[in-house]
Design a protein around this ligand. Structure first.
Ligand code: 4AD
Length: 465
């Protein structure tokens, strides 16, 4: 076959050479003897020039090219040149003088979302408005209704490439620490986290639901002697709450491990995993971060080489000292979590920290009470920019206590009897945590809505596309 290249690779190294590549027609202008096309591939763009020249470019060819609808997929063959004045509007700084052009797949002439509009930053929109230029602000519902088009913007391409890096890093790190990947069932006889936020379904005539987390089965895998396990999989929550950070289906990164002495062993994994992940993103994903920044400007995340660990009591004290009224044994609401995030940033210069030793009463039934004071528990949450991305804990591995805790919290013990049984045949002390993948990317890049980091988001109002 012929030698193909990619839009993102076109640079001055190709000067005077003939190249062949495939992309989408993003924009076109000119007619008659001269036309300019912008061709895009995976968020990279290049300018292509059609200039009538006997035996190479006919006027019909220029006419054909300018009649193509934008977003059509085209193959271009042409000669690379380096323009004297660098092109501002494209990612690639070279120009391609087209010798051949083929349309591979035509897009409909009228698109429900124009990619240029969808890719504009708020600053650019405001500027255009002030200059009196016609400008379309694409709202979120329109974007999500036409997600396949919306996903073509450079920022969205970068968001999902970054998300892929986060998942890969998570796996590589854990594998290096002897964790194995498992796949727990998503069809469940009952709730795993307690509460009513489950999607109910009919399982061959028996009431069932979709898994709210891999919690129970990842613990059972520890009882089955796997020692250290992780899973990346879908998590279902029938939450009616319509917020910027809740989805009805999200991607859970889950970890469970044996503990030798203290639940800080679990926090050590969180600490090293995330600090090295942030380092790696900042070092290796510059292109993605820049593309996201161009549309959604954000400040780099502040974090420490060793993650700050505050106890819940210390957190409450900081809030009280700042004049916030809080219940010292209640859960923190979103507003107080954010406030505490600000106080922590001021005092410790970090936007990533662990809050641990939560009151037992606000944690799920499987959480281990503190040995020294059962009002508190061996549990933690982890925050980025004042919002939760992880929750974790040591678990109860003693079946009588587990059953008692479940009953106290009003859980139908029948639906989890096989889970409780798993602890009757020797169960090691263990703990783990769960991370929301969409939240990690959203908060690392300070994006304002979790729908931006979910490929095809599911929320109380959305089941399609
Ligand atoms: O805090 P959650 O509910 O904890 C658990 O599921 C435990 N089984 C984890 C554990 O191992 N102890 O969920 C864990 C994480 C949250 O910190 C958050 O990042 C994310 O999952 N999450 C959601 N993300 C998007 N939409 C939702 N509705 C979410 N609910 C939780």
């Amino acid at each position: 076959g012929r030698q193909w290249t990619e839009v993102g690779k076109l640079d001055s190294g190709f000067e005077a050479q003939t190249v062949l590549f495939r992309g989408r027609l993003q924009a076109k202008r000119g007619k008659g003897k001269l036309a300019f096309l912008v061709v895009r591939e995976r968020g990279f763009t290049v300018q292509c020039v059609l200039n009538v020249k006997p035996d190479v470019v006919s006027p019909q060819m220029v006419k054909y090219a300018t009649a193509l609808s934008t977003e059509s997929i085209i193959d271009i063959e042409g000669v690379v040149s380096v323009p004297k004045v660098p092109i501002e509007s494209t990612t690639q700084k070279v120009e391609v003088h087209v010798t051949k052009i083929y349309s591979i797949s035509n897009a409909e002439p009228v698109l429900p979302v124009n990619i240029d509009d969808a890719a504009r930053s708020e600053t650019e929109i405001v500027k255009a408005e002030q200059a009196g230029e016609p400008v379309i602000r694409v709202n979120q519902d329109t974007r999500l209704n036409n997600r396949v088009l919306d996903l073509r913007t450079p920022a969205n391409q970068a968001i999902f490439r970054l998300q892929s890096e986060v998942g890969m890093f998570f796996e590589q790190y854990l594998r290096a620490k002897d964790f194995i990947a498992l796949h727990t069932p998503k069809l469940m006889p009952g709730s795993s986290e307690g509460g009513s936020a489950v999607f109910k379904l009919d399982y061959m005539g028996t009431p069932a639901c979709l898994a709210q987390s891999p919690q129970l089965h990842k613990q059972m895998a520890i009882c089955a002697d796997f020692g250290r396990v992780y899973e990346i999989g879908p998590v279902f929550r029938a939450e009616r709450s319509f917020t910027h950070r809740h989805l009805c289906e999200f991607v859970g990164l889950d970890v469970e491990m044996e503990i030798k002495e203290h639940y800080s062993e679990v926090m050590d994994i969180v600490d090293e995993l995330f600090v090295s992940m942030f380092d790696s993103i900042n070092k290796n994903s510059q292109k993605q971060l820049e593309a996201i920044n161009r549309q959604y400007p954000f400040k780099p995340l502040k974090y420490l080489p060793r993650t700050l660990r505050l106890t819940f009591e210390e957190g409450i004290k900081m809030l009280e000292e700042a004049g916030v009224n809080v219940d010292p044994l209640g859960d923190l609401n979103t507003e107080n979590e954010r406030k505490l995030g600000e106080l922590v940033k001021e005092k410790y210069d970090t936007e990533f920290y662990i809050l641990h030793r939560y009151p037992l009463a606000v944690r799920p039934f499987y959480t281990m009470p503190c040995y020294d004071n059962p009002t508190y528990s061996n549990s933690f949450d982890v925050f980025i920019r004042g919002e939760e991305i992880i929750s974790g804990a040591q678990r109860v591995h003693e079946p009588q206590l587990l059953e008692k805790r479940a009953r106290e919290l009003g859980i139908d013990v029948k639906t989890i009897s096989t889970y409780i049984d798993a602890f009757r045949y020797g169960a090691p002390p263990h703990g783990g945590f769960g991370v929301g993948l969409e939240r990690v990317v959203m908060l690392f890049c300070a994006l304002n809505n979790i729908r931006k980091t979910s490929l095809f988001p599911r929320d109380p109002n959305r089941l399609a596309p």
